[in-house]
Design a protein around this ligand. Structure first.
Ligand code: SF4
Length: 307
């Protein structure tokens, strides 16, 4: 295989990708040409703050540009009848009382797509130009050994994925240890504010620590009860109701205060939450990175949300 033209990091700005940025910056890994952050427009303030900080304290001093790319604002698009909306994995309560989930198209639309566009631009062959055979970037993806099953090849020839954390035998705990030692122990999980895959702990953190963001997601939850605005405007309303919380109740009434085995071992446990929190501890469901969405696989039912 020919040598890569560029080496880029897919920067979700969560634990693993921040760790990779740091490792490259301090010389534990080869130099990066760029780090690409795909912005859905609806990340928590803590993620944007973290991104600013790693840019000024890690990336800039090391000469690694952070390129912020976007293909829209996921929140605004869901509520705008004139905009095409790539469906979020909403929890659906069907008219007959059955439960389902809407298709997840958001990761592809708001994360993968703008990164591919930027990579093509960096290579000098923006869409729809044909990229010469063999010309490619090496793309680093922050997947640690504890989640190696998420490591996948890219679906385009001009991107060759590499997983340096797996190559180095780094677990998520190793990443956290390294980040802590450099003053980045508070690295947040990167995911949309209103991602329906949030566990109770994430919803509670929003409600208790960021009241304005909580107000925002509660309002959004109420606004998507009938599905996305475009589908409704086109006469294809959702035949059921959509919710952000998996209980399929309005977010401000949902049982997000359920204590869990993880939080309160020895006290009341809830099997559903215990599983979710175990995953949380592993960094699983509450982080959505472009190439390794840690949010599980949604039920493939289309409820007309993807207009
Ligand atoms: S965080 Fe959730 S809502 Fe946002 S792009 Fe990922 S899966 Fe979609």
């Amino acid at each position: 295989m020919s040598a890569p033209a560029l080496r880029v990091l897919s920067l979700g700005a969560g634990v693993q990708s921040t760790c990779l940025l740091l490792m490259a910056a301090v010389g534990h890994l080869p130099k990066l040409d760029a780090a690409i952050f795909a912005d859905t427009g609806w990340e928590p303030r803590s993620v944007y703050d973290h991104l600013d900080r790693i840019e000024s304290e890690i990336a800039k001093p090391a000469g690694i540009p952070i390129l912020r790319v976007s293909s829209g604002n996921i929140r605004d698009d869901a509520l705008d009848p004139s905009r095409r909306f790539a469906s979020m994995p909403l929890h659906i309560l069907n008219a007959d009382g059955g439960e389902g989930m809407s298709r997840r198209q958001c990761t592809g639309q708001y994360k993968v797509r703008p990164i591919k566009e930027k990579v093509r631009e960096l290579l000098g062959f923006p869409h729809p130009q044909r990229i010469p055979a063999g010309l490619h970037v090496e793309q680093w993806i922050g997947i640690s050994v504890d989640e190696f099953h998420r490591a996948k090849d890219a679906d385009v020839a001009y991107m060759k994925n590499r997983f340096p954390l797996i190559e180095q035998g780094y677990s998520r705990s190793d990443c956290l240890r390294l980040l802590r030692s450099r003053g980045f122990g508070q690295t947040p999980k990167s995911a949309c504010l209103g991602c329906p895959y949030h566990g109770n702990a994430q919803w509670r953190a929003l409600r208790d620590d960021a009241p304005d963001e909580w107000e925002d997601v509660v309002a959004f939850d109420a606004s998507i009860r009938s599905g996305n605005a475009r589908a409704t405007a086109e006469g294809k309303p959702l035949l059921g109701q959509a919710y952000l919380h998996r209980s399929r109740r309005p977010l401000d009434e949902a049982p997000i205060d359920r204590v869990t085995a993880h939080e309160w071992s020895g006290r009341q446990t809830d099997v559903f939450d215990a599983v979710a929190d175990a995953e949380l501890e592993n960094g699983a469901p509450d982080g959505c990175s472009p190439w390794s969405c840690r949010s599980g696989t949604p039920t493939q039912t289309d409820h007309g949300l993807a207009s």
